[in-house]
Design a protein around this ligand. Structure first.
Ligand code: AMP
Length: 206
């Protein structure tokens, strides 16, 4: 099964992706996590990507396309994969169609005004990437793997505003793009994460 998760920053894509990965035994491919890994390891790709990420801009299409194209050849992708944060532009989607089929695109819908609050209180695990919100979890360590939680630099308010603008301009058109292909599933993301997950599973019908 090959799935795409669409939605603005802070919609809960990462959280739902973890659960979908476990339920369907497919690989979770997050281009954001992969890029943060490259930055951590100070690879040439990470050094190139960092300035784009720090500004809240997208890294160049070719960089993420090459990353994903290679990633899906790994053995853990044999049973399928879930793309989280990719594609983010029409051009990425068109290139993806040249090297992979897609079974469904899940769009997590959420009003933009709720996103700033969600993102500004968000903390991520350095180990497994799990996201927490300060209002419901105050510990400094991840409950799953015990690693340290941190606030992403690009979750600062100015950068978030830019990321939302970039989302509206470059990523939102993908909703129409995949809707025309008959692949789109809409899920209301403005509910508890268990309900969102149940609705995704129901909509997938699997
Ligand atoms: P995310 O963790 O998905 O919010 O991604 C964090 C940042 O990584 C984004 O704001 C972009 O700068 C970059 N990024 C992640 N995925 C992509 C992509 N598919 N295309 C371009 N840039 C990306």
């Amino acid at each position: 099964m090959k799935l795409i998760l669409l939605g603005p920053p802070g919609a809960g894509k990462g959280t739902q992706a973890q659960r979908l990965k476990d339920k369907y035994a497919i690989a979770h491919i997050s281009t954001g996590d992969m890029l943060r890994g490259e930055i951590r390891e100070k690879t040439p790709l990470g050094i190139e990507a960092q300035s784009f990420i720090d500004r809240g801009d997208l890294v160049p299409d070719q960089v993420v396309i090459d990353m994903v194209r290679l990633r899906i050849t790994r053995p853990d992708c044999e049973n399928g994969y879930l793309l989280d944060g990719f594609p983010r532009t029409i051009s990425q989607a068109e290139t993806l169609a040249e090297f992979s089929t897609v079974d469904a695109v899940i769009n997590i819908d959420i009003p933009c005004e709720n996103l700033i609050l969600r993102i500004s209180g968000r903390r991520m695990c350095r180990g497994c990437g799990k996201a927490y919100h300060i209002s419901s979890y105050q510990d400094d360590r991840c409950e799953s793997c015990g690693c340290e939680l941190y606030h992403r630099d690009d979750d600062e308010i100015e950068t978030v505003q830019r990321r939302l603008q970039v989302y509206r301009e470059q990523t939102q058109p993908l909703i129409e793009y995949y809707s025309r292909k008959g692949l789109l599933i809409h899920v209301d993301g403005d509910q508890g994460m268990d309900t969102v997950f149940e609705n995704i599973v129901k909509a997938l019908g699997l």
